[in-house]
Design a protein around this ligand. Structure first.
Ligand SMILES: [Zn+2]
Ligand SMILES: [Zn+2]
Length: 365
């Protein structure tokens, strides 16, 4: 028994060692193990709950880092006295916090995929709360003059200069506007987008719009409204069908779309060859993608007519087929220019409709 008296311990540290409470009692800094740390635990627990209340979450996990020396002294004491002890100082604190979050906020522990991760770093005296990314699905429509993605500033290539401040080209993009709007709704500052295809800045995207997925990082809220709208100065961007996906998608659906292309022929076209629409419909279209790989896709229907000196074509086709090159040719075959045997240029194309084929796949939750 005299052995134990060599270690003055505070009440909390003695209790952790088991029921042989025969250590010489100490207070605050005199405790051999914690040097007064455990007396701060109730305060720490309360401040964690205060911080957690700033987040919308159902599940959490807790990590604790204790100042250097504490765990070592507890290990040394246990090995000297040949006792196993009940728990470590780390588990004592994380249990205290868990109990409080469970009781006061009715939240549950999930060590695999928690909504929020709480790190209590007593070495650096920091409390870090991180929320699991939220994957949000929606469809956007846009007016001409708004680009889909934010583009890097040409002058500084994204490093940020006097002109751009941000590293990005001035002008409106769906990406920028949605990041801002979703950021306000979900209390986040960063989102990453995956688009089901793209169009030109000059294209109009009509309802029901083009699907996208946004990974919203470190969100304090986890619910979205079904729709939103934002003014751009050029017209509205609208999002519908907004919803939270159940996790990170591991596969996204392929898609087909209908476009309306406005075409300028180099010379006047007297008559359309018979069977033009038929020739293209269902024909395998071969083209080189940005990575230099040859890809095969399909066109499902073509309707072509005159419009002033130009042509207008409604085409239903596979996602990923470049509309402008499908018309003008060059690295895309069959093209409309090939069929009409005259050079064509596509001046603008709008997105009339996008269909998803297939569904999202998710990893294990
Ligand atoms: Zn102690
Ligand atoms: Zn710049």
């Amino acid at each position: 028994m005299a052995d134990k008296e060599r270690f003055p311990l505070c009440e909390s540290c003695a209790e952790r060692q088991g029921d042989q409470a025969e250590f010489s009692p100490a207070r605050g800094e005199d405790c051999f193990i914690c040097r007064g740390l455990t007396s701060r635990f109730p305060d720490i627990e309360r401040s964690v709950v205060r911080r957690a209340k700033g987040y919308q979450f159902r599940t959490f996990s807790i990590g604790v880092i204790v100042p250097r020396g504490i765990q070592e002294r507890e290990d040394q004491l246990r090995s000297d006295l040949k006792i196993r002890g009940r728990e470590t100082i780390k588990t004592q604190l994380s249990r205290g916090i868990s109990d409080m979050l469970r009781r006061q906020m009715k939240r549950k522990v999930d060590r695999q995929h928690p909504d929020i991760t709480i790190l209590v770093d007593l070495q650096r005296d920091a409390l870090v709360v991180t929320a699991k990314s939220l994957f949000v699905y929606g469809r956007y429509t846009k007016p001409p003059g708004v680009s889909q993605r934010r583009e890097l500033c040409e002058r500084c290539k994204g490093r940020g200069c006097q002109e751009c401040q941000s590293g990005y080209k001035k002008g409106v993009s769906v990406e920028e506007i949605l990041e801002d709007r979703l950021g306000r709704i979900l209390h986040s500052t960063k989102a990453r987008f995956t688009w089901l295809g793209s169009e030109d800045p000059e294209s109009t995207v009509f309802p029901p719009g083009r699907p996208f997925i946004a990974e919203v990082k470190d969100p304090r809220r986890r619910e979205v409204p079904p729709r939103l709208a934002a003014r751009t100065g050029r017209g509205m961007i609208r999002v519908t069908g907004l919803k939270v996906l159940r996790g990170k998608p591991t596969a996204i659906p392929s898609f087909t779309f209908r476009t309306r292309a406005f075409i300028q022929p180099e010379s006047r076209i007297e008559g359309f060859p018979a069977g033009l629409a038929k020739a293209m419909k269902g024909a395998p279209i071969q083209f080189r993608n940005n990575k230099g790989k040859t890809v095969h896709k399909k066109v499902y229907s073509v309707k072509i007519g005159r419009r002033g000196a130009g042509l207008v074509a409604d085409i239903k086709l596979d996602g990923g087929l470049p509309v402008k090159r499908l018309i003008s040719g060059g690295s895309v075959s069959l093209s409309l220019a090939e069929l009409l045997k005259t050079p064509l240029s596509c001046q603008r194309f709008d997105i009339l409709r996008v269909w998803e084929s297939g569904s999202f796949k998710f990893g294990k939750i």
